[in-house]
Design a protein around this ligand. Structure first.
Ligand code: ZN
Ligand code: ZN
Length: 246
């Protein structure tokens, strides 16, 4: 259920500005270039010692991105609080489905752990009951090949989601997205201290961050029905060509 919700719901796509002539027959040469002011980033007002938040113009969607929003080149759209584009689920993970994604990871980890544990219990059952027909581990495998294969399968299916789950527990405890985490790692390595990434979205409480991410964060309303009927020519669903950047 959580997988279907993560893969099938609107991750928080921002509505595009479709009042731009993008049809090939309507497009004019000067439309290829965005006005100069669109290339600059704008710093929002801030208080005290906080770091300023900068917002950028998206030259594909023709909108100003809100803080924490970024453009996904797979989905051809800007996504609010964009975490990453998940290739396995073929959907972005962002503002509206991050909670489902966390629960999905947790359920996958629990299910694969349970599968593996039950498989091993079945394989080692001969030791507990002193079965006279099975004397060794290999004999038990040949008697219960399916249980052995399921135990191995559960183990393989456990490792990667478990690593991902631990990583996302860390991120959600700090109210970071994957993009912001990578940004902080990159800037910590490459830039002097005053230019490094500062997480201004951390509520300074691990439990409060976890509570928000796993349960309480409002999810807003969808701006696009991604399961709706696709009508050719509807600019809300077409891959748009971005304006040229010099
Ligand atoms: Zn965009
Ligand atoms: Zn995407």
């Amino acid at each position: 259920m959580f997988m279907v919700k993560t893969a099938g719901c609107d991750p928080g796509f921002a509505p595009r500005n479709i009042h731009v002539s993008y049809s090939p027959d309507l497009i004019r040469e000067e439309d290829h270039r965005a006005p100069d002011e669109f290339y600059s980033t704008v710093s929002l007002p801030y208080f005290g010692t906080q770091k300023p938040t900068t917002v950028k113009y998206c030259i594909t969607c023709h909108i100003w991105r809100t803080p924490r929003m970024s453009h996904c080149h797979h989905c051809h759209s800007c996504v609010y609080i964009h975490d990453h584009h998940c290739v396995f689920l073929n959907n972005c993970v962002g503002f509206r489905n991050y909670r489902y994604f966390l629960w999905f990871l947790l359920m996958v980890v629990l299910a694969s752990a349970m599968l593996s544990i039950l498989g091993w219990v079945h394989v080692y059952h001969y030791r507990m009951v002193a079965d006279p027909a099975v004397s060794s581990f290999l004999a038990s495998i040949s008697k219960n090949p399916v249980a052995f294969l399921l135990a191995l399968y559960g183990l393989c299916a456990f490792v990667y989601p478990a690593m991902l789950l631990v990583f996302h527990i860390y991120l959600s405890a700090n109210n970071l997205t994957t993009r912001e985490y990578l940004n902080s790692v990159y800037t910590t390595r490459k830039l002097p201290e005053d230019e490094r990434y500062v997480n201004i979205y951390d509520t300074r409480g691990i439990l409060r961050n976890l509570w928000n991410a796993w349960w309480a964060m409002p999810q807003g309303v969808p701006t696009r029905n991604i399961r709706g009927v696709y009508e050719k020519g509807d600019l809300r669903n077409e891959p748009l060509r971005s304006l040229e950047v010099d």
